[in-house]
Design a protein around this ligand. Structure first.
Ligand SMILES: Nc1ncnc2c1ncn2[C@@H]1O[C@H](COP(=O)(O)OP(=O)(O)OP(=O)(O)O)[C@@H](O)[C@H]1O
Length: 371
């Protein structure tokens, strides 16, 4: 991909400050500057590792803190991922989307520079090395749910063209110093052409978060992100992982676990034990019901992110009553079968599996690629 032409042509992105408008600008970094900011990509600066490469903490000459994602191995595929992420981030600005500070493309080195998020990822608090600290009280969890919904709703409904993220998950929700969420990692994102209902594409994403029609048929649409967001909400409320081993061979999805309990009204049993019973009952119930309609296997029954936002904020009593009376909660059904996972694995381009964090590092994931 002609990365330079994509970015240098600007594609409507004006980096200069417009009169009276505050436009946080991104810029091109030199490799030398990033070496110096990260102490030569020192192991001690490493924040985590993803499919693209490692992420390092750094500090610029002005004292500001940055996170630098460094491409592991150069390949055409990696170059595309890099270009997509930079192009999308350069276009979008929202308080709940991770801001791009800039990038560096020298020789075969590809690096992306972001604002540093001091509280790392939601994954690290729910399942990783921060989980024992119990820093996510109920108020924070509600803010994370609403904030990340706002970020995704912006991608789906307010950016032009619309953007599907395709990898919504707990390790891609980063937390700033106030625990406000910022949705990150746009390497798999896709623009949706005007008027299109979906784009057919090779499957990329993370096991446990993939909507069935996407995993099986490669049909990516905004509602795939809604499905993944539903899984993320269940995780946030319960502290459980998207996939849980029931025995040596069988894995159960979080929605298969949650739906029967929700139908029986056993919401208290679903709350994350780390909350120690400290949560707002009505909000817990609301979050779980919203999560389950988002993670409905039937794509046409899922709400849009704008509807999700309205429900999460509890603004309309009428909509909340409608939600409680949703037929999904009257007739429990299998939410995800094992075939879905197998098909996804077989047809996938890149499907990752969430792994536990190593001590002192954030999440690491296993990635399978068909080359
Ligand atoms: N801006 C940032 N500030 C702080 N930590 C960050 C930042 N960006 C990434 N990280 C940390 O680095 C880890 C790796 O990030 P990365 O986006 O490369 O991978 P991932 O989302 O975990 O996996 P994948 O990219 O394969 O989906 C994250 O889990 C996060 O904890």
């Amino acid at each position: 991909m002609a990365f330079c032409s994509m970015i240098c042509c600007g594609k409507g992105v004006d980096r200069k400050k417009e009169k009276g408008k505050k436009q946080p600008a991104w810029r091109i970094f030199s490799l030398k500057e990033l070496h110096s900011a990260t102490n030569n990509f020192n192991y001690d600066n490493k924040l985590g590792e993803g499919g693209f490469g490692s992420v390092y903490w750094g500090q610029l000459w002005d004292g500001s803190q940055i996170a630098v994602k460094r491409l592991k191995v150069w390949s055409n595929k990696a170059e595309v991922e890099f270009s997509v992420e930079v192009e999308i981030l350069a276009r979008v600005r929202h308080k709940n989307l991770l801001s791009l500070r800039g990038y560096c493309a020298e020789g075969q080195e590809r690096l992306i520079v972001y604002d540093y998020m001091p509280n790392l990822s939601l994954h690290s608090h729910l399942h990783g090395h921060h989980s024992s600290e119990c820093l996510l009280d109920w108020t924070r969890r509600m803010n994370i749910a609403i904030g990340s919904a706002e970020g995704i709703a912006y991608l789906h409904h307010h950016s032009t063209p619309h953007i599907i993220h395709r990898d919504i998950k707990a390790s891609n929700v980063l937390l700033d110093s106030e625990f406000q969420p910022q949705v990150a990692d746009f390497g798999f994102a896709k623009f949706v052409p005007d008027g299109a209902t979906h784009v057919t594409t090779r499957v990329k994403g993370t096991l446990g978060y993939l909507a069935p029609e996407y995993a099986m048929l490669g049909k990516a649409s905004e509602s795939c992100d809604v499905y993944s967001f539903g899984i993320l909400l269940l995780e946030l409320a319960s502290g459980k992982k998207p996939l849980e081993k029931v025995n040596r061979t069988v894995k159960r999805s979080i929605s298969e676990w949650a739906l029967p309990l929700a139908c029986e009204g056993k919401f208290d049993e679903m709350a994350d034990p780390k909350l120690n019973g400290k949560y707002v009952e009505e909000e817990l119930k609301r979050i779980i019901l919203i999560a389950l309609v988002c993670a409905d296997n039937r794509q046409d029954r899922r709400p849009t992110m704008l509807e999700v936002l309205e429900l999460l904020k509890g603004e309309s009593k009428e909509k909340l009553t409608e939600l409680e009376n949703n037929e999904l909660f009257k007739t429990p059904q299998t939410v995800c079968d094992d075939d879905g996972i197998t098909a996804a694995e077989e047809n996938s381009d890149i499907i990752k599996e969430e792994k536990d964090s190593k001590p002192a590092k954030d999440s690491e994931q296993e990635k399978t690629e068909d080359g």
